[in-house]
Ligand binder design. Sequence first.
Ligand SMILES: C[S@@+](CC[C@H](N)C(=O)[O-])C[C@H]1O[C@@H](n2cnc3c(N)ncnc32)[C@H](O)[C@@H]1O
Length: 281
Amino acid sequence: MAEQLVSMERDVPFTQADFNKMRGILYDYAGITLADHKRDMAYNRLVRRLRELKLSSFSEYFSYLDQHGDEFSHFINSMTTNLTAFFREKHHFDFLAQELLPELERSGQRKLKAWSAGCSIGEETYSIAIAMRGMSKVDTSGWDIELHATDIDSKVLETAQRGVYSLERVKVLPDSIKRRWFLKGTGQQSGQAMVRPELKKIVKFHQLNLMQGWNIPDSLDFVFCRNVMIYFDNETQARLLDRMADVVKPGGYLFVGHSESPFRLTKRFRLIGKTIYQRVS
Ligand SMILES: C[S@@+](CC[C@H](N)C(=O)[O-])C[C@H]1O[C@@H](n2cnc3c(N)ncnc32)[C@H](O)[C@@H]1O
């Protein structure tokens, strides 16, 4: 009954065949699986794009997608889930500041290479940068820090690169962090906070589809790939974990989201803390 009511409210018809076609394209390109119960969500996300293009059916949209190569990024951007926040799953950032940096310092290392994979609008990435530059007893001001941050979605990457956030999103941060790492907007920028240039300059944002080739250096000290694998099936996750192990240095770390469990799918990382893994082979 609920399904019928939802269907009747739709101003553009959306058949099971439309849904299957949509999720087939998404899976083949991005590895993202959409279960049956995501049908309404999928409709709501893509129907906006149909309205912008003034198209009246999904089959018209799929023909349009076939004929206009540049539509593909709009399709992908419409279909990704980009939920994120500053210092989401804070224990990861505490681990960076209190365990990982002291460990590197003890080993004499003054260089650090890391990757924030599936970075969305950049809040995860800047939280990593803050943890590495300003939350540890280790003074990293003289260190060579290189932080790569990637996402498949070109729109979220634009926001990430700009590094400008509403005060609402920044309000979760302690005042000391806000003062040290953000500039408060005035005039036309009022109500916004901008990440300070000195923090931005250690981050390299670029578009990367985890299902394709990676232009990422190897021997990384750590990778954050959090709340991304949940959208992939087990086989895709296992393949991804194997490739992650190839770019993380032996003994390096992988941080995953709270509902992701790589230990079921790989022997190349071992669980060493709450959703924190270390490369063993
Ligand atoms: C829910 S967000 C997670 C953001 C951040 N990692 C966090 O935990 O707060 C998932 C991100 O993964 C990205 N993503 C999904 N599939 C991807 C793929 N095949 N390649 C690269 N990024 C992908 C999405 O665009 C989205 O921004």
